[in-house]
Design a binder for this molecule. Structure first.
Ligand code: COA
Length: 329
């Protein structure tokens, strides 16, 4: 009997309307377009404006578009995984909020918190339920409202991040396409280099934490950069080696959009030419859990059944990994 593979049968995304350009950032902090572009490749990012709207707002929009375009009845969805580092609330899970708002009344769900590697972790987690034959239709969402945890006076972080969400519909594939392999790792010793100090159980919110600006992302950019380049390339190499793939066999590299220089270095180490590297960081910045689904959504029309995709990511934790996916439609 053929192995059941989990495949992405539809992808959709949502980015807020407000565009925060490099020239607007020049008015907010001591920076300039040339510095930002040459260091990161980012030209603009989207920001979710308005009171009382969180990550679920964008996730719901992405899922509604996905259900509509795949002609899927929300009542058929059995599981909702929401990968996010900026949930609406500490609890309940944003997955539960989204599931109810889209009418997925027969689903259970939870959030996955693995920083920028979250969507990769969520995709592989959801796939196990499909491969086991236990579930038939699963939504995997990746999204973040990074603007809610960014200090727009800190030029080291505010230039990088943006808001957005994407969603994938996972189903079994009868034709041998779908998730072929994955390789994931994490290392908690990365915590000092990329984190948010307060707001969790170790240091709950207080007047002091607010005054000390401890509810914002802290990043030691240089350390994160070195770690990301080395480990994203290593993860991709593991996947390529054990599946006998060379750079020529890969149709597209689908990398987490952290920084153009990190992606270029990863592609070079893999022997993948520039034309095969999907990028949209110039328009959205780093949307954390949103980058990979938003990238697949942006390039959906270009993808063909049977294409060999390598997804690769890294993020706070540290977390990192790669997956080999044969596109299914
Ligand atoms: N505009 C202008 N100058 C800036 C700046 C900005 N936005 N941010 C920092 N600088 C300055 C620094 O203060 C420093 O000045 P100094 O030499 O006078 O001290 C100088 O630019 C160099 O800073 P440095 O931190 O060494 O820059 P860098 O070349 O390492 O680039 C990053 C900074 C953040 C772009 C880079 O480290 C990076 O991309 N890291 C990875 C970040 C990432 O991907 N995070 C997401 C993880 S999922």
């Amino acid at each position: 009997m053929n192995k059941i593979r989990a495949s992405i049968k539809g992808i959709h995304g949502y980015v807020p309307d407000y565009v925060l350009t490099n020239s607007e950032l020049e008015k907010m902090v001591d920076t300039n377009d040339e510095w930002i572009t040459s260091r990161t490749g980012i030209k603009e990012r989207r920001i979710l404006k308005g009171e009382g709207v969180g990550t679920s707002y964008m996730a719901v929009k992405a899922v509604q578009g996905l259900l509509e375009k795949t002609n899927t009845d929300p009542a058929e969805i059995e599981m909702v995984i929401c990968c996010t580092s900026t949930p609406d609330l500490v609890f309940p899970a944003t997955a539960n909020i989204v599931a109810t708002q889209v009418g997925a009344v027969n689903a259970f769900g939870y959030d996955i918190q693995a920083a920028c590697s979250g969507f990769l972790y969520g995709l592989t987690t959801g796939s196990q339920f499909i491969e086991s034959g236990r579930l038939k239709k699963i939504l995997v969402i990746g999204g973040d409202k990074m603007s809610s945890i960014i200090d727009y006076k800190d030029r080291a972080t505010c230039i990088i991040f943006g808001d957005g969400a994407g969603a994938a519909l996972l189903e079994a594939d009868e034709e041998g396409n779908g998730l072929m392999d994955f390789w994931l790792r994490s290392d908690g010793s990365g915590e000092p280099h990329l984190h948010m100090v307060a707001g969790g159980s170790r240091k709950p919110a207080s007047h002091e934490t607010v005054e000390l600006k401890q509810h914002y992302v802290y990043q030691d950019g240089k350390t994160v950069y070195k770690f990301a380049v080395t480990n994203m390339a290593h993860a991709a190499a593991q996947i390529m080696e054990r599946n006998n793939l060379s750079g020529d066999d890969i149709t597209y590299l689908v990398p987490h959009q952290a920084n153009k220089r990190i992606v270029d270095a990863t592609a070079k180490a893999m022997g993948v030419e520039d034309a095969k590297v999907l990028m949209n960081i110039e328009r959205y910045g780093n949307t954390t859990n949103g980058t990979i689904p938003l990238l697949l959504w942006d390039f959906e029309k270009q993808l063909k059944k049977g294409d060999n995709l390598i997804l690769a990511a890294f993020g706070g934790g540290f977390t990192w990994g790669a997956a080999y996916l044969k596109w299914a439609y």
